[in-house]
Design a protein around this ligand. Structure first.
Ligand code: SF4
Ligand code: SF4
Length: 386
């Protein structure tokens, strides 16, 4: 159990419900820079610029504070975390502080020597994202040439260095038919885990929803494929299957519940309850430059706002699932209903549910999807997906 430090060390009394436990994980978005341009990227539409990123020392301090708070796992992410030349210095401090370190990477900027050095400094795990296992399609999705060949190399190095490997495969209209080959690729790479992650429609993915949405039939088929592969590969590879909200009847407990288990630190140092939460108006995001991580976790306005169940409106308020799914996702409720305190429209009890499902069915049925808006520093320029 990760009990956090005593209350006396914090600057204010909790205003609503305090969380009695420390978060399990912290997602450290070291940078928003990335050579790829995936149209479903979870980074915000307004990307943080390089000159506003936290310094090495500030990230190292975040790592030490995270360990003091009782956090167990650090996910070093981005953008592409390996574009930071000081990744080694951050990993070293995190590992020395006793944190389990996971590198979430697209792989294309890694070298074998660098990976070896990161391992020597204490890196525990690598999560390698792929766009597809078809070269041309991977290139079209990421707007990056020869990425797949590089990813194959990186996967090989990870296993040669005897590190655990997870393959992260975001799934959508453009690659869902290749799912069996994607699973085979993960086995071939020696991955111990695969995340078959149907796209969550926030930020860039929401902008590109009509280009990315698969049909209900495709999603049902993909669930069957995963189920069959799970049985076949028992003891070889573990599956995480992220079900798409648009075809669900009840929502997921987003982030395991708001402010319950995870913190997210942006490249500039803003601390968020979830990576998409900047889309919710009225939240105050503290910065690690101004306030201690533990204090933010316990007392920060953004963490308090939707923590627990007291903020809920009907139908969630009196629903027996309130403590199970916490009303679903606040960001999705905001995006689709205009009020973050509404029931997630993925829930069949939401008055917006019918329109939510209809949007997915309409968009996925379009014979010609619209062009991608690629993830770039300037979000205005569209490039055809063809
Ligand atoms: S989703 Fe794509 S563009 Fe976004 S950080 Fe990952 S690799 Fe880069
Ligand atoms: S009404 Fe709210 S708590 Fe109940 S299932 Fe739907 S989202 Fe979950």
């Amino acid at each position: 159990m990760n009990e956090i430090a005593p209350m006396e060390q914090f600057s204010e009394k909790p205003v609503v419900e305090a969380c009695a436990r420390a978060p399990v994980g912290l997602l450290a978005e070291l940078t928003h820079r990335c050579p790829l341009q995936c149209p479903y990227c979870s980074n915000p539409l307004e990307l943080d610029r390089v000159n506003s990123e936290l310094t090495t020392e500030q990230w190292q301090d975040v790592m030490r504070q995270a360990a003091d708070l009782g956090i167990l796992q650090i996910h070093l992410s981005g953008g592409e975390p390996t574009v930071r030349k000081d990744l080694e210095d951050i990993v070293e401090v995190a590992a020395k502080a006793g944190l389990y370190t996971n590198l979430i990477t697209a792989g294309v900027t890694l070298t074998r020597d660098r990976l070896k050095r990161l391992k020597e400094l204490g890196l525990d795990h690598v999560q390698l994202s792929i766009q597809d296992v078809d070269d041309a399609n991977a290139e079209k999705i990421s707007a990056y040439k020869n990425g797949l060949a590089k990813k194959r190399e990186v996967g090989k190095w990870v296993r040669e260095l005897e590190m655990p490997l997870t393959i992260n495969a975001p799934i959508h209209r453009l690659n869902i038919e290749n799912l069996p080959n994607i699973i085979d690729f993960a086995v071939e790479m020696g991955a111990g885990r695969i995340e078959v992650a149907n796209i969550q429609y926030y930020a860039w993915a929401l902008k590109n929803r009509a280009a990315l949405m698969p049909t209900r039939a495709q999603v049902l088929k993909s669930a069957e494929i995963v189920e069959e592969a799970k049985q076949r590969l028992k003891g070889v590879m573990v599956f995480d299957f992220v079900v798409p909200d648009y075809y669900a009847k009840t929502p997921k407990p987003c982030m395991g519940g708001w402010g319950r288990g995870v913190m997210n630190v942006t490249p500039q140092g803003r601390v968020l309850p979830c990576h998409a939460s900047e889309s919710v108006p009225g939240l105050v995001f503290d910065n690690v430059k101004d306030r201690r991580l533990a204090d933010i976790w316990l007392n920060g306005q953004a963490f308090q706002k939707y923590r627990g169940t007291s903020w809920m409106k009907e139908p969630c308020k009196s629903c027996p699932r309130a403590e199970l799914d916490f009303g679903g996702c606040r960001c999705q409720a905001m995006a689709f209903t205009g009020d973050a305190a509404n029931t997630d429209p993925a829930c069949k009890l939401s008055p917006y549910h019918e329109a939510f499902v209809a949007a997915a069915e309409r968009e996925s049925a379009e014979a010609t999807p619209p062009p991608f808006v690629y993830r770039r520093m300037s979000p205005t320029k569209a490039t055809p997906a063809e």
